[in-house]
Design a protein around this ligand. Structure first.
Ligand SMILES: [Zn+2]
Length: 449
């Protein structure tokens, strides 16, 4: 769902792609960085971490591994293609003066500048969505079906896209109208305040997302299964989380992917788990997943993420201000774009943002991957289910390559790879041998695939 939303909310997508450059030097959470030598346990045979990791990896059938690798590696190229398609569309809007015409139409309809911006924005987002639709339908529908990762037929899938577009029209308007107001009022210093408004906008979207946006795509309800809910709430209390409820949502509407998340901001923060997790996983696997999500919550990852995104947004706006000035001086007249105050400049702004976001993808990936690894460690300590964790990591391998090279993981992974996560789980298990679970170790994870 996040992807369809992001696609529609183009402004958001670009900022999210840029997300967080503060920790460029943060090391990738590779297992090689930490010793994995066997640990002697009071005379018991040493637990061989690497052998335990390999035993888990061997549970994945070769055909399944090949499918997952092909799917994920194809995603590397999609990063490039998505950027190029978006760049070409923005260039077309400028070069053939479609952007200029949209602005002129808006000016004929109303003389109020805020309304003109809104009317331009609707024309812009609809045009861009139509022009990029072949890419969207390939990437989000046909390709997902090809790899067996989408449960939707075309009708419901297309309905989700339209809803995403509607959300994009409204949220994008809420951001773009004040941004252009700032440009017109403040002149040269607009970009500093523009960055501040954008940071506030992100906090606002996070705040309303679980209540007003997520329910447009899935049905959320209180988790009713007591033997699952009770241990989760117990773990929440033990970790100082004031939760009285756990949410469940019907992710199986879209796919069979196992997942859970923390969403919201301030009073709307909540932990939700998807029905695939409930249907496909054992209690230890659910517990370790919820421990991971509680880690995001306790470690304040949404606030830290906003601070890091804030740094990136300020840099992005400085680059934007410079890039617009540079480009308009050369090509502005040919495009029919008057100056930075002219709403017809928007395709250029998107082009600059997407180039910046594309180039900084490894940085934003490293930030999220580092936080995900922290949440993994928190989850292991909270749930104490290293074997359950390893099995969930295998399930995530259905759509994320299990064993990338270190450079590949650094560049392309927004979560740690399966091998990294299972290694962390087995290293933890080596130090806590009493938590070993023979049932989890022998469980066939892929039998129904
Ligand atoms: Zn996570």
């Amino acid at each position: 769902m996040l992807r369809s939303l992001c696609f529609a909310v183009l402004a958001m997508a670009l900022f999210l792609a840029v997300a967080s450059t503060a920790q460029t030097s943060a090391p990738a959470a590779t297992p090689a960085a930490i010793p994995t030598t066997p640990v002697a346990n009071h005379g018991a045979p040493a637990f061989d971490v690497n052998a335990a990791v390999n035993a888990y990896l061997a549970k994945m059938p070769p055909a399944e591994k090949a499918r997952s690798d092909a799917y994920f590696e194809g995603g590397y190229w999609l990063l490039l293609w998505d950027f190029l398609v978006s760049a070409v569309v923005m260039w077309l809007l400028l070069r053939f003066r479609w952007s200029m015409r949209m602005r002129d139409l808006a000016a004929r309809i109303t003389r109020f500048s805020a309304l003109q911006t809104a009317i331009y924005w609707i024309q812009f987002i609809v045009t861009v969505s139509v022009l990029t639709f072949p890419m969207t339908v390939y990437e989000g529908y046909f390709r997902e079906h090809k790899y067996g990762l989408l449960n939707q037929t075309f009708g419901p899938w297309f309905r989700d896209q339209l809803v995403g577009l509607g959300v994009g029209v409204i949220l994008g308007g809420i951001l773009i109208i004040p941004l252009f107001w700032l440009v017109r009022k403040l002149g040269r210093s607009w970009w500093v305040w523009g960055a501040a408004v954008t940071i506030l906008f992100f906090a606002f979207v996070s705040l309303i997302a679980p209540v007003y946006i997520a329910p447009l795509f899935n049905t959320y309800k209180s988790l009713a299964i007591a033997h699952i809910k009770d241990p989760i709430l117990s773990m929440a209390r033990a970790n100082g989380i004031p939760a009285t409820d756990v949410w469940e949502f019907d992710a199986s509407r879209q796919s069979n992917r196992v997942s859970a998340n923390v969403s919201g901001f301030g009073s709307t923060q909540r932990i939700s788990l998807n029905d695939n997790l409930l249907n496909r996983c054992t209690l230890p696997e659910i517990e370790t997943t919820m421990g991971h999500e509680m880690g995001h919550y306790v470690l304040n990852h949404s606030y830290k993420g906003l601070v890091m995104i804030g740094v990136v947004i300020v840099i992005a706006f400085a680059v934007l201000d410079w890039g617009i000035g540079f480009s308009l001086a050369r090509w502005g007249e040919g495009w029919g774009v008057r100056d930075i105050k002219d709403v017809a400049v928007l395709p250029l702004a998107f082009l600059i943002f997407s180039a910046y976001g594309f180039l900084t993808t490894p940085v934003s990936n490293t930030i999220t991957r580092s936080m995900e690894f922290e949440a993994d460690m928190y989850g292991l300590n909270a749930a104490r289910q290293p074997d359950g964790e390893a099995n969930v990591d295998l399930m995530l391998g259905e759509y994320r390559k299990m064993e990338p090279g270190p450079v590949e993981e650094f560049l392309f992974f927004d979560h740690p790879s399966g091998r990294t996560r299972i290694t962390a789980a087995m290293r933890w298990k080596a130090e806590n041998p009493e938590t070993a679970s023979p049932e989890e170790m022998s469980r066939e994870v892929f039998k129904t695939q």
